[in-house]
Design a protein around this ligand. Structure first.
Ligand SMILES: Nc1ncnc2c1ncn2[C@@H]1O[C@H](COP(=O)(O)OP(=O)(O)OP(=O)(O)O)[C@@H](O)[C@H]1O
Length: 609
């Protein structure tokens, strides 16, 4: 398991100890520059409730770097989760145990960790109490959307390099064979024409085929799977049965982070508005009881992070016998080492129809070859592979710039950059949770309204941070990988890779937070020759494929072999094609969909020879 995981078990949560309250979501965050800590609004200098089972909660780490192991023992730096600072003492109490502790600061480090471990040992299972505010019922806010950009129409006829679909979807949603209510909701969402992945993906799904679909970031993959599923459920008159102890959803959608799955849920809720189809979301960091009550009101489409979903299944709150659709969004992430065991548990759970008896759909902007191989275990052998544009390619609407910089000069570079960009909404990606805190403090000190999102923050803080960023209250968001995939935030004009990731797919997803849906965006990456030389070749490939200028120094770095390893190996997992050979991978025909692999020329090969 890696740190991305939305882990549910009591044993794997971190004891990431913070001094924030978690009793609600309304307290204002602020950075205390004298203490160098991020503070939850109400709880300074008072005894704070021990975050119930905080250490046992899932997903404390989702999305964050694996390099963060050292941060797991960062108690002494940050105070203690559930512990308040009272003068020289650290105080905490547990409402569950009615235990109060006053520990002198000097002894705190020695005492608190064992105590926390004891709590972990003695308290069984997650007992998180956070109940997120209900999403707005106001129609205007349900359907609020940002405008597609000037390049939207440029992409409409983007060639599907690997697959040609003869019976594509209609040119507009208005002409499409969709239920009236769905059509109305699509129209209210501002959708007129389908994007290429929708144009090709929707008929494939409607024809009942399994699908692995790859299309660039911000190209509308969410609606590509939601619309045909909802259309089918509406056409079949699916209605959620409330008052049932065990809910039997027809569709299950999984995604790697809480924020992303919540976003998918909100999209599903929007498209299903005013119909009998009821989507529900379950994810970690939120009261399980609250989610069970929500589930019991009926559920047709269940959106979940893996850990919480399996938990609900294990508790008998979710039955799987009626599952017709299983969707893995960010599928390459869902099938890599961190989540693969959970995905296997999910498909092997009692009642889950075999792959022959369900429709399995996988979507991502990146599909490394090894993951494609693995994905075949979950898909019918004749699944269709849809690739719009270049598999694993960066969004062409994002202008990518690289700045060669040493580790110690990055901070100044960032400040200079932000001073020149004014109040542009900006995401700054860093490698570790500690770094996220640190950079956010510095930016706040420099009077840039900044917030942060990473796996050590409480769920309410994560949601509040995202809300503040969305609303523009904090136009700068410092994020670890938890913010890299899927998040669709309006008007993000700039992505800064303060630390480049060590994986090219992660780079593609990060910069894809800007330049979405035909809008243009900009990504600036700090390239540290000491740390990033192994990425150089893949970056050159990505830039070339996106027809962007490759700095000569980067090209030199890519081919000089001066990296730490002495040699930049060609990328092994940068997939460009459907890996299957022979009939499955080459040519498909059925009554409704014909797909044909285009000639796979050497030019398709992403390996940089
Ligand atoms: N046909 C359409 N017309 C107008 N807007 C659309 C259309 N399809 C999707 N959008 C909008 O485009 C934005 C990006 O869509 P979405 O989040 O589904 O992209 P994605 O391909 O899943 O991206 P990522 O790879 O980053 O997850 C959303 O705001 C969505 O509402």
């Amino acid at each position: 398991m890696d740190e991305w995981e939305e882990q549910e078990t009591a044993t794997s949560g971190t004891c990431a100890l913070t001094s924030h309250t978690s009793n609600g979501g309304s307290q204002g965050d602020f950075w205390s520059s004298d203490r160098g800590e991020f503070q939850g609004g109400e709880c300074r200098k008072t005894m704070e409730p021990l975050q119930e089972a905080s250490c046992a909660e899932d997903g404390a780490n989702d999305g964050d770097s694996q390099n963060n192991t050292a941060e797991r023992s960062s108690f002494s730096r940050r105070g203690g989760r559930g512990g308040g600072v009272c003068g020289g003492d650290i105080c905490c109490w547990s409402s569950q145990w009615n235990v109060k502790l006053h520990v002198h600061r000097s002894a705190a480090c020695q005492l608190y960790l064992p105590l926390c471990a004891a709590f972990l040992f003695l308290t069984a299972g997650p007992r998180v109490t956070y109940v997120p505010p209900p999403p707005s019922e106001d129609e205007e806010s349900i359907f609020s959307h940002y405008e597609s950009g000037v390049n939207f129409d440029n992409n409409i006829d983007l060639p599907s390099m690997l697959v040609y679909i003869s019976s594509a979807f209609s040119q507009t949603f208005d002409e499409a064979a969709l239920c009236e209510s769905l059509k109305r909701n699509v129209s209210k969402s501002g959708y007129v024409k389908p994007t290429p992945v929708q144009k090709h993906g929707i008929p494939i799904i409607s024809a009942g085929r399994d699908l692995m679909a790859c299309a660039q970031t911000g190209s509308g993959k969410t609606a590509a799977f939601l619309l045909p599923i909802l259309q089918q459920l509406m056409a079949d008159g699916a209605a959620a049965s409330c008052f049932s102890e065990t809910q039997e959803p027809e569709a299950i959608i999984v995604a790697p982070t809480r924020e992303l799955i919540n976003q998918i849920y909100l999209e599903a809720r929007k498209f299903a508005y005013g119909t009998c189809v009821r989507p529900v979301v379950v994810y970690g960091g939120v009261s399980t009881g609250h989610q069970m009550r929500d589930l019991s009101r009926g559920c047709n489409v269940l959106c979940g992070t893996p850990g919480r979903l399996l938990d609900m299944i294990g508790r008998g709150k979710v039955g799987l016998t009626k599952v017709r659709y299983l969707v893995l969004d960010e599928a390459d992430r869902m099938l890599d080492m961190g989540f693969e065991p959970d995905m296997r548990r999910l498909v092997g759970s009692p009642g889950m129809p075999s792959k022959e008896n369900r429709q399995t759909l996988m979507f991502s902007a990146t599909f490394p070859e090894d993951i494609q191989r693995l994905a075949a275990d979950f898909l019918k052998t004749d699944y269709l592979f849809l690739a719009v544009g270049i598999v694993g390619g960066a969004c062409s609407d994002v202008e990518q710039t690289f700045v060669q910089v040493t580790k110690f000069a990055k901070r100044e570079q960032l400040l200079d950059l932000l001073k020149s960009t004014g109040s542009e909404r900006t995401m700054v990606f860093v490698e570790t949770k500690r770094q996220a805190d640190f950079i956010a403090v510095i930016l706040c000190q420099e009077k840039f309204p900044t917030t942060s999102i990473h796996g050590d923050r409480e769920q309410w803080q994560r949601e509040q941070a995202l809300g503040d960023f969305r609303s523009g209250k904090c136009p700068i968001l410092v994020a670890t990988s938890v913010g890299a995939r899927g998040l669709d935030i309006p008007d993000v004009q700039l992505v800064v890779n303060f630390d480049l990731p060590n994986n090219i797919d992660e780079y593609v997803h990060r910069i894809g937070r800007t330049g979405r849906c035909g809008n243009t965006g900009r990504a600036v990456s700090f390239y540290d020759p000491e740390a990033n030389s192994e990425l150089a070749r893949s970056l050159v490939t990505i830039l070339s494929k996106a027809q962007q200028e490759v700095p000569s120094w980067l090209e030199t770095a890519a081919f000089s072999g001066h990296g730490p390893s002495g040699f930049n190996p060609p990328r092994k997992h940068f997939a460009s094609t459907d890996l299957r050979k022979g009939p499955q991978g080459g040519f498909f025909q059925d009554s409704s969909v014909t797909s044909q692999l285009a000639a796979q020329t050497a030019a398709d090969d992403e390996e940089w020879e």
